[in-house]
Design a protein around this ligand. Structure first.
Ligand code: PLP
Ligand code: TYF
Length: 393
């Protein structure tokens, strides 16, 4: 039966990892997939995660099933990380396999609750947003997002499109650290989006995969909290992949905020019914780690300190890039590296320049020109800047 299958196109970001691995050059630089790396080029297991795992190993008594909602103690904690105390009272979380699982469960929930809905994603957006939404049966359209000149958000254009939307529309926004652009929505625009959602009735859907990797855990959730205060209903996908470094443990949550807890719980129960039709229950390990960290004062402190240090490293690289580009070009045209948040910056480099950077300089960048700033070592800044200019950036 399977011989009729054409070879599927791979995920271009994941394919780049293999290409990089097979490159024998010693001074190659991987700015592809969005994982944090330290200055030694390693994605470390965070100390608090190590410590929580040791506790789990010592104290875990069973690996029996937990049930469809996953780890309820994790669900409580993750809710408090994302929302304000009063918002938590009318919201509920469902543990999912990463934010990817949450994106899909929420999409499935929307598809069964409001068939015919259109999900509006930013242009550009996370590479998997469109396929996840489409596979759930939703129509996907895009709203303008990036100003190609400034490399920052084109807020008037974005807001003008959102202005025209209504109750059959769902607006997918990145909570912080926009992937792939690094360009984030200003707090003023979050307020404006809140007004539009209230007036026109579209459903805000926030994907927050990098909380704590922009400005801080609190500041990065501010925009979505402004929105949550204003609207009656909202959905959120959140990830522990980056801020806890739990990538392969597939840890995340789908959050439903509604008029009251009962309505939110009922929507969550519907998602559980839907998850029975696919993965059934989420994996326990990552959620148990997150719960152990968030309920221990000392582990929380260790985790926050390390997260802040990761943040400082990326922001330090950003400042160093701006300085080096200014010196090299005597212009400010790369200043956007300093204005972007999180790990990514979308450079808008042409396919030709991206290919040249790979072939002539061993520098790996995702198509479209997304650079994972966290993939850089401090000692590589000058090499990168020289290579960019030599390739015609
Ligand atoms: N949403 C965005 C914006 C992302 O960048 C990612 C990538 O990691 C995800 C969701 C998926 O995250 P997870 O690894 O938790 O499934
Ligand atoms: O955008 C990224 O690089 C991350 C990681 O299919 C990722 O979000 C990339 C591709 C993919 C899953 C995760």
């Amino acid at each position: 039966m399977f011989e009729q299958l054409a070879t599927p196109k791979g995920d271009p970001i994941l394919s780049l990892i293999a290409e990089y691995r097979n490159d024998p050059r010693e001074n190659k630089i991987d700015l592809g997939i969005g994982v944090y790396r330290n200055d030694a080029g390693i994605t470390p297991v965070m100390q608090a995660v190590h410590d929580a795992e040791a506790l789990l190993l010592a104290n875990q008594t069973t690996k029996a099933y937990q049930g469809l909602t996953g780890d309820e103690a994790f669900n409580e904690e993750i809710l408090k990380l994302v929302l304000t105390e009063s918002q938590c009272k009318r919201a509920i979380a469902l543990q999912t396999p990463g934010a990817s699982g949450a994106l899909r469960m929420i999409a499935d929930l929307i598809a069964v609750t409001a068939p015919g809905s259109t999900v509006w994603i930013s242009d550009p957006s996370y590479i998997n947003h469109r396929p996840i939404m489409e596979k759930a049966g939703l129509t996907v359209k895009t709203y303008p997002y990036l100003n190609a000149e400034t490399r920052l958000v084109n807020e008037p254009a974005m807001l003008a499109t959102l202005e025209s939307l209504g109750p059959k529309d769902v607006v997918l926004l990145h909570g912080c650290c926009h992937n792939p652009s690094g360009a984030d929505i200003s707090l003023d625009s979050w307020h404006r989006i809140a007004e539009l959602a209230t007036k026109n009735g579209f459903l805000p859907f926030i994907d927050i995969a990098y909380q704590g990797l922009g400005d801080s855990l609190e500041a990065d959730a501010q925009g979505l909290q402004v929105l949550a205060d204003a609207v009656e209903e909202m959905v959120i996908s959140t990830s522990c992949s980056k801020n806890f470094g739990l990538y392969r443990d597939r840890t995340g949550a789908a959050i439903i905020l509604s008029k009251n807890k009962q309505i939110a719980s009922n929507a969550r129960a519907k998602m559980c019914e839907l998850s029975r039709g696919s993965y059934s229950m989420p994996p326990a390990h990552g959620a148990a780690i997150v719960h152990a960290i968030l309920t221990s004062e000392s582990l929380t402190k260790s985790w926050r300190d390390e997260l802040d240090a990761m943040n400082r490293r990326v922001n330090g690289l950003r400042s160093a890039l701006v300085k080096a580009f200014r010196e090299k070009t005597q212009t400010e045209r790369f200043d956007y590296f300093g204005q972007h948040k999180g790990m990514f910056s979308l450079t808008g480099l042409s396919d030709d320049i991206i290919a040249e950077l790979k072939h002539n300089h061993g520098i790996y960048i995702v198509g479209g020109g997304r650079v994972n700033v966290a993939g850089l070592k401090e000692s590589e800044i000058d090499t990168l800047v020289e290579a960019f200019i030599a390739a015609g950036a």
